[in-house]
Design a protein around this ligand. Structure first.
Ligand code: HMG
Length: 409
């Protein structure tokens, strides 16, 4: 059976960041809660002239510019987001227009909270594998702006960004084992955003429980699909070289890894004393999870893109070392739907960095008041002048006749 997966990957974050220490100061919270308790250092802030469309187009544009993919090779353009800009016209249609992708292309927006990015990736992989692609490739983009109300418990877990992936039968970066993935779904109000509300509502502690229950359910389904071929009697840290989790805040990845290894031990009937169990989790987390949270600590939650921001971190820092190795990925979207799947690093892993490290290094830190003003504005200034240092290709220039308009920079 031919491999299918990610051939190339680009990522993008807005040029502004807010230090969590600054937010803690403003909200009268002990900064150690955000740093140690949640694992965050800074979060990406989208100015009013960036939205899900510009983030997506800015992530994907470099893939066309450096010749990694041609416009007429793309036959499917899927954009996953929960930050849609219109109830009818999909973000994918705007991105298709801005990037001048060939007209012979299916363009769709997908939504299932943070799980949407994985839904899009799996849909694209199956389109390629089915033969319907006729040799063409899919462009999958996960793009979001995570917003909670000022002063709420969710506020430190905001962020913004996008990851664009060319999916094809040449998985130069990552071959995705979509045939043996495990899913879990359950109707829950853990996190939601009623129509016309800009900020999400969340039952925070309950959402953590839902995430962990979904992880357990998706992993059980993965074991059933796997039939003991990948995960047999060995502990998971011996089966996979790295673990990527949906990361609303980095401490969540720790909770997830702790739960996954516990469930795995129980399913294999292994009995460990508590000290031994804790040591296994700590050792595995330090070498197989924590290094890939480097970008998440600086970007915050990017909803649909979050798992793939983790993949960008892994590819940038450890891609070359892990070529040919198997990794595990867990995607969670509130509401909820989750998927646990395996993938193998390709021969080109690490060869073409996502660009995220450079973008993160060139960001401008904003003070609390500037962040609050940016967040409060819904439309860009009519006299918008894009600041020096902007590294994207497109900006949102406002709505005319209730039609959103974008322009290249
Ligand atoms: P909270 O009530 O502000 O915080 O909510 P807390 O009291 O639970 O404290 C957080 C951690 O900081 C705790 O550690 C404290 O002990 C520690 P833990 O017990 O969890 O290990 N702490 C300190 N540590 C050091 N020094 C201190 C200190 N004080 C406390 N002084 C919560 C936290 C995550 C619930 C909140 O931020 C929230 O509601 N966030 C948004 C929801 C969320 O991210 N949920 C995650 C699962 S759902 C999901 O991932 C889906 C999502 O991405 C959306 C989608 O699918 O589209 C959100």
């Amino acid at each position: 059976m031919n491999d299918v997966g990610i051939e190339s990957l680009g990522a993008y974050v807005p040029m502004y960041s807010l230090a969590l220490d600054e937010l803690a100061r403003g909200r009268g919270v002990d900064p150690r809660k955000y740093r140690a308790g949640l694992g965050l250092e800074t979060m990406a802030i989208a100015p009013p002239w960036e939205d899900a469309v510009t983030l997506a187009a800015n992530a994907a544009a470099p893939l066309f510019e450096d010749g990694r993919v041609a416009r007429d090779e793309i036959g499917l353009l899927l954009v996953a987001t929960e930050s849609a800009v219109d109830h009818a016209r999909p973000v994918a249609s705007f991105v298709h227009e801005l990037l001048r992708v060939h007209p012979a292309c299916r363009t769709v927006e997908l939504k299932h909270a943070c799980y949407g990015g994985t839904a899009a990736l799996m849909t694209a992989a199956q389109w390629i594998a089915s033969g319907a692609a006729r040799g063409r490739k899919a462009l999958v983009v996960a793009t979001d702006v995570a917003r909670y109300g000022f002063g709420t418990a969710g506020e430190p877990t905001q962020g913004a960004g996008a990851v664009a992936m060319v999916v094809s039968s040449v998985p130069w970066l990552l071959a995705v084992d979509f045939r043996r993935s495990g899913s879990f779904a359950e109707g829950v109000f853990d996190f939601w955003r009623p129509l016309e509300r800009r900020e999400a509502l969340v039952d925070g502690k309950y959402s953590v429980d839902c995430y962990l229950r979904a992880l357990e359910g998706a992993y059980d389904d993965f074991r059933a699909a796997d039939g003991g071929r990948t995960v047999g009697g060995r502990p998971l840290p011996d089966v996979f070289r790295a673990f990527l989790y949906h990361t609303p805040f980095p401490k969540m990845a720790w909770k997830a890894h702790d739960r996954l290894l516990d469930v795995d031990a129980r399913r294999r009937g292994e009995e460990l004393d508590e000290a031994e169990r804790e040591r296994r989790v700590a050792d595995s987390f330090a070498s197989q999870v924590a290094p890939h949270l480097a970008f998440a600590r600086l970007v915050g939650n990017t909803y649909t893109a979050s798992l793939y921001v983790g993949l960008a971190a892994l590819l940038d820092a450890a891609g070359e070392r892990l070529r040919g190795e198997r990794i595990a990925l867990f995607s969670y979207g509130s509401g909820c739907c989750a998927e646990f799947f395996a993938a193998t690093l390709g021969a080109g892993a690490g060869a073409s960095p996502s660009g995220l490290a450079g973008l993160l290094a060139s960001r401008r830190a904003v003070a609390l008041e500037e962040y609050e003003a940016m967040r409060a504005a819904t439309e860009p200034d009519a006299s918008l002048r894009v600041p020096d240092g902007f590294r994207g290709r497109f900006v949102y220039r406002g709505s005319e006749d209730e039609r959103r308009r974008y322009r290249p920079v």
